[in-house]
Write a protein that binds this ligand. Structure first.
Ligand code: ADP
Length: 501
């Protein structure tokens, strides 16, 4: 199957074999139509390679493999401890191959190599190991009703799970979904994002090496509107888990209605970060920077709306501007001192630039950036870290998700006003509060309409802690023990001990 892998040398000199096929039943196959996706290096706009793209027929094949695997004793009847061991072996293999995986992620996505290695790949290792530990700790309950009845619940797997992954954290988002799905005994058809198809294919080889039976995990690349839609609307898929934009999430929800799939959606956000007068200014500035400028601002929980109390507003702005200028080093993502690489694609780059134009035309004050960054190699999708101040609530840049190194800052007078404005959004994913007043921190945390609140930090998510949104930021939770609930049914068994008849 030599045509289903190519030997590549990445810009950092790492040489490896890149699979380019579809991974179905632990085998590499090409797509029935022969269609391909070309992956572009966002740093210099060169082509990396092309991979096969699935269409509906290929999705059917992957689903059939996953269905057969779900019924296969090799998976269905495996002891839960052995199931955990398989997932753990996968985690260990990811760690062993971390250099190549991080290299592919940086090359294909543009994120700094140190981030790909120490954050993304480390998170994959941690998440899989964490859920490996849960495999033999998924318990039902015994429910006491009366001496004549024994009632208990069994938490059984849902069946075949479709998982649709975004491009901002390709491997990590796959691990968030695979870990709990596998721990609970499901089988999976996973589709990577067409913008970043490469790392998941390398990961697929590790699945086979770990010893998973054929068909338990099937990995496809393909376009959202074709392969993604085929998964979301497939009659033999029991569950769909999606991370991506709110608009696509809404489409997926509609398609999933065809057979009432169980759904988990993690969608967009415009997460507020509130800085009160009594905050530790230095800490607020550092976390605010991490909260929006990390990963090129391509984070669904990015705290992209900063609201600062008026007593500290001017001071915050000048400290924040200085900190961004000195820390947000834009550059080649393979260089050690780079904090910010390119946006993932031309489309995303143009999207951010269009919001810059919108901010200017709506009359916000452009405090920094606001233009492409051309000093890396004259090419690539780089954008100068952008700060708008004096932003009004009705402006598009205050209301809409930009998904770039782009932040809006506004001032508020009172706690009530801050909460009112923080919650005046269709989204409800992340949020952050900076104050040294313990009571205020907890009070505000309760009143913020969001799935997650960081007190005196931002975006330090953790795979042991539930992650997800309210309002139009999603349905259900991933990560933590809560993440398991998305992958089991609770079956109730009623046993008559003494018949009343
Ligand atoms: P973005 O707009 O940032 O590219 P999307 O939400 O469109 O994000 O994409 C996230 C994932 O959803 C990708 O894997 C993409 O292929 C997939 N996707 C996009 N459109 C659809 C669709 N109509 N049906 C199913 N999946 C889709």
């Amino acid at each position: 199957m030599s045509e289903l892998a190519v030997t590549l040398t990445a810009p950092n000199g790492v040489n490896y074999s890149q699979p380019v096929g579809l991974f179905i039943n632990n085998e590499w196959v090409n797509s029935t139509s022969g269609a391909k996706i070309t992956s572009i290096n966002p740093t210099d706009e060169t082509e990396i390679t092309s991979v096969y793209a699935a269409d509906a027929e290929d999705v059917d094949a992957a689903v059939a493999a996953a269905r057969a695997a779900f019924k296969n004793p090799a998976w269905r009847d495996i002891s839960t401890t052995d199931r955990g061991k398989l997932i753990h072996r996968l985690s260990t293999l990811v760690e062993k191959h971390q250099t190549i995986l991080a290299t592919i992620e940086t090359w294909d996505n543009g994120k700094p190599y140190s981030v790909a290695l120490n954050e993304d790949v480390a998170e994959v290792v941690g998440t899989l190991a964490y859920y490996a530990g849960f495999a033999d700790k998924i318990y039902g309950q015994v429910i006491d009703t009366s001496p004549s009845k024994l009632a208990y619940t069994i938490r059984e797997p849902l069946g075949v799970c479709g998982q649709i992954i975004p491009w901002n954290y390709p491997l990590a988002m796959a691990a968030w979904k695979l870990g709990p799905a596998l721990a609970c005994g499901n089988t999976v058809v996973l589709k990577a994002a067409e913008q970043t198809p490469l790392s998941i294919l390398y990961f697929a080889n590790l699945i086979k090496e770990a010893g998973f039976p054929p068909g338990v995990i099937n990995i496809l690349n393909g376009h959202g509107k074709k392969a993604g839609a085929a998964i979301a609307s497939h009659l033999d898929i029991d569950k769909i888990a999606f991370t991506g934009s709110t608009a696509t999430g809404r489409e997926i929800m509609k398609m999933a209605a065809v057979n009432m799939k169980n759904i988990t959606l993690e969608t967009g956000g415009k997460s507020p970060l509130l800085v009160f007068d009594d905050a530790d200014l230095d800490q607020a500035v550092k976390w605010a920077h991490i909260g929006i400028m990390s990963n090129m601002g391509q984070i669904c929980t990015a705290t992209s709306r900063i609201l600062v109390q008026e007593g500290i507003y001017e001071k915050f702005i000048s400290a924040f501007r200085e900190h961004v200028a000195s820390t947000s080093k834009v550059g080649d993502p393979f260089k050690d001192d780079t904090f910010q690489g390119p946006q993932v694609t031309k489309t995303q780059y143009e999207r951010v630039l269009s919001y810059i134009e919108s901010g200017k035309s709506e009359g916000a004050t452009l405090m920094a950036g606001g233009e492409p960054y051309k000093d890396v190699n004259g090419k690539g999708f780089f954008i100068a870290p952008t700060i708008f101040t004096n932003v009004k609530d009705e402006m598009r840049i205050f209301r809409e998700e930009v998904f770039g190194p782009f932040v809006v800052i506004s001032s508020f007078k009172t706690e009530e006003e801050a909460l009112e404005r923080a919650n005046n959004t269709t989204y409800g994913l992340g949020s952050a509060v900076f104050t040294q007043d313990l009571t205020k921190a907890h009070r505000v945390a309760r009143k913020i309409e969001a799935g997650m609140v960081w007190v005196n930090s931002s975006n330090d998510s953790d795979y042991r802690i539930p992650f997800g949104g309210v309002k139009q930021s999603g349905i259900g939770r991933e990560l933590g023990e809560a993440g398991l609930a998305a992958y089991t049914n609770s079956k109730a068994v009623h046993v008559t001990l003494e018949s009343a008849l």
